[in-house]
Structure formats: structure tokens, C-alpha cells
Design a protein around this ligand. Structure first.
Ligand code: IVH
Length: 666
């Protein structure tokens, strides 16, 4: 038993170290696979011997803890905000004020003002104890489980840290991860998130920490608070925190800088005013702090903010231009988005011709009219935004009325109570919706039907061959062959692709149906809970919201979907065609090999080649027929050809034996 406890402790230590090297120091010393296998081993041991689980085990990074309600915690040190300034004059005044108060030489620390969510994390005896949001500054919410999934935040410290202290910083959404999240949402037909900051904030309040883990938030630290801190200045203390394992702002890149004069401060501001566009995350200004703690204490606080610090906020870039026209886009789920067509104007280095007006409420709030001169900003938002109207230049007396009919099929639009968007209700009759639904149905994460691109869908639609997803399964080769640019081979591919999609598991089919708000994750949860389309279609609102993460909005959308007669007809036809509409529980299935691509070659002892391929798929791995840079493993049996071996070696693809494989899946 002691051996097991030691093994858990050693594994945890090793994983912690590898995590720090990878996420904080950007060094990769083992392969992802090796890391995952170590983590998996720890997870297995923890499952078997829960009595030895460490409070701050590296397995917490994966998330999975569900928090129903975030308890309120009173801050030991209030979380104050900073005084803001928008002009260099105010910064000069700030510096002069401080100089007057003392004859000592004053040094300042200049830092980035990260545009995210403030967090205070308490560590006791080097262990992550609790993470609390800013809240109203006096008390915040305990979001520990979610913050523990952020890999750059250490769960256990190294070196000579204080025994009990709080570290504060800003959790933010790196732009690349934010973009990726929105790309995924776009594919799933979900509304896009408008800006990284609000999304970071929303993510941190989610109940399922594994979703938080998957989003890739990050954190920079800017303050340490405690009773037994020996270092006497901010700059050294922040740098010291790096030795304890924290990700602190790099000095080399000027994320943090120690300066001795107003010139140094202004130089820092000017540098970041232009360079901020190149950062992989958003900042909304810079922060200037007096470095020495004694001097900070001398200066003290006003009721709201410290006198020893100030924020300089960058102005969001804003230009004015004319609104020529508002057009309306129909999404595949029927949602209508008004788009402002603008007189082209240069903003932040790109020409802006369009801006989203989001919905009818926004239009009403802005009271924007055709021909108006409008102000456009590209501040925190990724998509340019109309922020106001220059009413002095207005000539048009007519308010802008939101359209009442679908621009595509003419149906009268509907707007549900409490929802901001208008919808076209003609789900299975509106051409844009039909084509959009088919595009979604065949996409890679859904039915993954090869040989059917957007153009072919357009052609098939125009020829009257498809009017819904079920029609795909009635297509015959001799119907598609006459289509423009369709050759014998591509027609075969298309028909084979459709045939192969009958093997796609139920959860993906459910996602492919394109029910509003039912993305990948929701589809998985619903499939697991109800097991068949039959059961799902007769579920009540109460039964639906019982499922973890399913709220009223999703539940209502599911009920709406199954209340439409034409949807039920489509489902019946899919069933007749042989599409999977219930879960196929496979014995021995797992996701041990999820994300790995295998090329199988040669002769094996315990399996036939087909059996070993099936086994890979049973454990969530993918099979590919040729070796490429995308291959994770070449599973080599006896008599594998030398050319294949050479290719694998050249590309650096790992070659494993049948015995290695058996170890991986057992
Ligand atoms: S110092 C007592 N430093 O800005 C002052 N704050 O309005 C403590 N922020 O709530 C804050 N980057 O969320 C500080 N380098 C930085 C910062 C920073 C972003 C945020 C923080 C705070 C708000 C202050």
C-alpha cells in the first residue's frame, strides 16, 4: 500500500514538473503521448486507491468537478480597482503628485493592463488552496475547481515561498484559442462569442470544469499579498514568484519594466500603444505602479483605489463613415442577422465595409438610420462595431424598421419572448436554411460525407434533387452523373460517402440534425442520456433539463424541433435508410486512443490485420492507409515493407509493435 502511495506521489511530482516546463517555460521534454500515458496511469491509480488522491493532483487539470453554486468568500485584502486616465497629461500629473510627496528617488513598474477577469488565489504551505473572483471588491465567488484547470497556474509551489499568501492576476482568453472556439461554434451553428474578455468571464462561471479545461484560458500575475513577505518591492517580488512556479510577465518582451522617470513611463506607453496589436492577447492599457512597498504605504489609498498606481487606457480606434444599407443574413438555423453595409473606411490597418448590427434591439438602441454617419470601433471586439450615430449630420427622418419577412423565402419572421434574435420559421422550406442544414449535416464533425461540397449541394438543390437531408439517401448515381463537372469517379465517391455515413454513431447523427443550440457536446450528452431518437423525441422539458448542462433554452429547442411534423418525417426516412438513430453499445469500447491516427502494416500474432484495425477503432483511434505527418503511430507487424519503415523514420512517426499496442490498450 505504501508503494502505491509513493507511486502516486512520484507520478504527481513528475507530471507537475513536466506541466511547468511545458506551459510556463515553453519547453517540451517528453512527447504528448508519454505525458498522456503518465497522466492516465495516475488517473487509474487514483480511481483504484481514492484514499491516496492528493488535493492538488495534476489530474485536476482535466476538470470534471461540477460546482452547483459558487460560495461567497470575503477577501482578506480588498480587491480594489485602479484610477483610470486617458491622456498623457494625466500621467504626468500623477507622477508630479508622487514626486512632491517625497524627496526619495522613486522607481515605477510599468505593466500591461490585461483585459480579462481579476482573480485572487490563496496558497497555504505551497498548495493551491482557493481561487476567488473580484466580485464587488469586498467579497467574491469561490471558483477553485475551474481555476485549477488553467495549466499555467501551479497547483503546488517550488522554492522558498511564504507559508500563507495570496497572488493576484488576470485570467484571459488568448486570441488564438478564442478564435478556435468561435470557429467550432460557427461549425455547430451556435451564436458566436463577441469578445474574449466576456467569454473568459462566462467560462469561469461554468459549472462543469472540464469545459473550462477545454477552452485554454491563461493567466498573468501582478501582485502578491501576505503577512510574511520579505521582499520590499513589487518588481522583485513578481520576478520571485516565477521561481515558485508562476507564469509572470517576461521582462525581455517588456510585459513588465522598471523605470526611474516620467520619460521611462511615457516611452513604455508609446511602445505598447502601437505594439499592442501584435500581442497574442488583448490589453486595454498599461498600469504604472510605485515600486517600493514602503513608498506605496506612505502614499496609501483613496476609498476606491491606490494613490500609488494608475492605469493609462488606450483609446479604442474609432472612425466615422456612412451607413449605406442594411442587409439581412439567414443562418442555417433560421436566425436573422442584420448587417450594416458601410462606405469603406480604413480602421486599424484593414478596410471595413461591413459591421454586424446583431439584432433588432441593438438597432433600436442606436436608432441608426440609412444614410446616417456612424462611428465604428474595433476595440475589444473582433468584429467591427457601430458604437454611435452622429445625429448632427442626420438627414433621414425615417427610423429603420427591422424586416418582417424572411429575405430568402418570404415567411413571416418570429421572435420568441426573451430572445434577441428574429427567426425564419420555415425550417424545411427556406432555401438558405435547407442548404445550410445539408452543409452542416455532411460536415466533418457530423456525418463526414466525402465527395459533397457546397457547390454540389447548390447544384443538387437547383436540380430539385434534394430538399432535405433525408433526400441524400435516395440519390442514385445516374441522377448525379449528369451534373456539371461530375465525373464517374466523383459520382461514385459521393454515393459511397453517403452509404458510409450510415455507420456514423448516433451522437454525431444527433449533432448533424442541426437542432438549434445542440452542438457537439450537447449532442453527446443527450445521446448518452436518452440512448435513442425515439426516447429523445418524447422527452418532456423536465426530463431534458435533468441532464447535466441542459438548460431551459436547449430543452425548449429540442421540444420545438420534434414538434415540427416535417422534422419527424425526415427522421423516419433517415431511419428507413439505415442511419444510426440509437446508441450502439460496443463491448470493450474506450477512448484510450482518441486523437491518434494509426497506420497498420505487416502480419500480427494475436490479431488478423482487420481485427487489429477494428480494435484501434474500438478504442477511439483512427486508421489511415498511408504514412504522413498526420500519422501518430505505425503499428508494425512482421514482414512490414522496408519502404514504409523508412518513410515512418524519415517523418519521425513512432513505430510500435503488437506488444506495445497491447500495453497501450490494457
Ligand atoms: S493592479 C490595487 N495590475 O485592472 C490595484 N490590475 O481597475 C490592483 N488589471 O481589477 C490592480 N492588469 O482586474 C493591476 N497589471 C495589472 C493589471 C490589473 C489588469 C485589472 C484588474 C483590476 C483592474 C483595476
Amino acid at each position: 500500500m505504501q508503494d502505491v502511495q509513493k507511486e502516486i506521489a512520484d507520478l504527481s511530482e513528475k507530471l507537475r514538473e513536466l506541466n511547468h516546463q511545458y506551459y510556463v517555460l515553453n519547453q517540451s521534454n517528453v512527447s504528448d503521448y508519454e505525458f498522456d500515458m503518465l497522466l492516465k496511469k495516475l488517473q487509474d491509480l487514483e480511481e483504484k486507491y481514492p484514499q491516496f488522491i492528493q488535493e492538488n493532483s495534476p489530474t485536476k487539470r482535466v476538470g470534471g468537478d461540477i460546482t452547483k453554486k459558487f460560495p461567497t468568500v470575503i477577501h482578506k485584502y480588498p480587491m480594489l480597482s485602479l484610477g483610470n486616465s486617458y491622456s498623457k497629461e494625466e500621467i504626468i500629473d500623477f507622477e508630479t503628485r508622487i514626486q512632491k510627496l517625497t524627496t526619495d528617488q522613486i522607481k515605477y513598474v510599468c505593466e500591461l493592463k490585461y483585459d480579462g477577469v481579476a482573480i485572487g488565489i490563496q496558497y497555504i504551505n505551497g498548495e493551491f488552496y482557493r481561487a476567488v473572483t473580484r466580485g464587488d471588491g469586498t467579497k467574491g465567488e469561490d471558483i477553485t475547481a475551474n481555476v485549477k484547470t488553467i495549466r499555467t497556474i501551479p497547483l503546488k509551489l517550488k522554492g522558498d515561498y511564504p507559508s500563507d499568501f495570496e497572488i493576484r492576476g488576470e485570467i484571459f482568453f488568448p486570441l488564438e484559442n478564442f478564435k478556435r472556439l468561435n470557429q467550432e461554434r460557427e461549425k455547430e451553428g451556435l451564436p458566436l462569442f463577441a469578445n474574449p474578455r466576456n467569454t473568459a468571464s462566462g467560462t469561469l462561471k461554468m459549472q462543469d470544469s472540464s469545459v473550462v479545461a477545454s477552452r485554454g484560458l491563461d493567466c498573468f500575475l501582478y501582485g502578491v499579498y501576505g503577512d510574511d513577505i520579505v521582499i520590499d518591492n513589487h518588481y522583485d517580488l513578481v520576478n520571485k514568484a516565477a521561481e515558485w512556479g508562476f507564469k509572470t510577465p517576461p521582462v525581455k518582451e517588456r510585459y513588465i519594466e522598471l523605470v526611474a522617470s516620467i520619460d521611462g513611463i511615457l516611452d513604455y506607453i508609446n511602445h505598447w500603444d502601437t505594439k499592442r496589436k501584435e500581442l497574442p492577447f488583448e490589453i486595454d492599457g498599461v498600469v504604472i505602479k510605485v515600486n517600493n512597498y514602503d513608498q506605496q504605504n506612505q502614499l496609501g489609498f483613496t476609498s476606491k483605489s491606490p494613490r500609488w498606481a494608475i492605469a493609462y487606457k488606450f483609446k479604442a480606434e474609432r472612425v466615422s463613415t456612412v451607413l449605406n444599407e442594411v442587409t439581412y443574413q439567414v443562418g442555417r438555423t433560421g436566425s436573422i442577422t442584420p448587417v450594416a453595409n458601410l462606405e469603406p473606411v480604413l480602421l486599424g490597418g484593414t478596410t471595413v465595409k461591413r459591421a454586424s448590427l446583431h439584432n433588432a434591439d441593438i438597432i433600436e438602441e442606436l436608432d441608426v438610420r440609412i444614410g446616417d454617419t456612424v462611428f465604428v470601433e474595433k476595440g475589444g471586439e473582433i468584429i467591427p462595431k457601430i458604437v454611435g450615430v452622429d445625429e448632427s449630420k442626420r438627414t433621414n427622418p425615417n427610423q429603420l424598421n427591422f424586416i418582417e419577412n424572411c429575405p430568402d423565402c418570404g415567411s413571416v419572421l418570429v421572435r420568441k419572448e426573451g430572445e434577441a434574435n428574429h427567426y425564419c420559421p420555415n425550417e424545411n422550406g427556406c432555401p438558405t436554411q435547407i442548404k445550410g442544414k445539408i452543409q452542416h449535416f455532411i460536415s466533418r464533425n457530423a456525418m463526414n460525407i466525402d465527395g459533397l461540397g457546397d457547390e454540389t449541394i447548390e447544384l443538387l438543390y437547383n436540380e430539385g434533387l434534394i430538399r432535405n437531408i433525408a433526400d441524400l439517401y435516395d440519390l442514385k448515381k445516374d441522377q448525379v452523373l449528369p451534373l456539371e463537372r461530375m465525373a464517374e469517379k466523383s459520382a461514385d465517391n459521393l454515393i459511397n460517402g453517403i452509404e458510409a455515413s450510415k455507420e456514423i454513431p448516433f451522437e454525431k447523427v444527433l449533432f448533424a440534425l442541426g437542432i438549434r443550440f445542440v452542438g457537439n457536446t450537447v449532442a453527446k450528452k443527450l445521446a448518452k442520456a436518452f440512448k435513442s431518437i425515439e426516447a429523445l423525441s418524447s422527452a418532456t422539458l423536465e426530463e431534458l433539463v435533468e441532464v447535466d448542462e441542459i438548460g431551459d433554452k436547449i430543452a425548449e429547442s429540442v421540444i420545438d424541433y420534434f414538434s415540427v411534423e416535417s422534422n419527424l418525417e425526415i427522421i423516419n426516412r433517415l431511419k428507413e435508410a439505415g442511419v444510426q438513430l440509437e446508441i450502439q453499445e460496443q463491448e470493450g469500447a474506450s477512448d484510450l486512443l482518441a486523437g491518434s491516427v494509426f497506420v497498420v502494416s505487416g502480419v500480427f500474432q494475436q490479431f488478423s490485420r482487420e481485427e487489429i484495425k477494428k480494435s484501434v477503432e474500438l478504442h477511439g483511434g483512427k486508421i489511415s492507409s498511408s504514412i504522413s505527418s498526420k500519422t501518430t503511430y505505425v503499428l508494425a507487424g512482421d514482414k512490414m515493407g522496408p519502404a514504409k519503415l523508412q518513410k515512418a523514420e524519415k517523418l519521425g512517426v513512432k513505430i510500435i509493435s503488437e506488444t506495445d499496442y497491447l500495453e497501450m490498450i490494457n
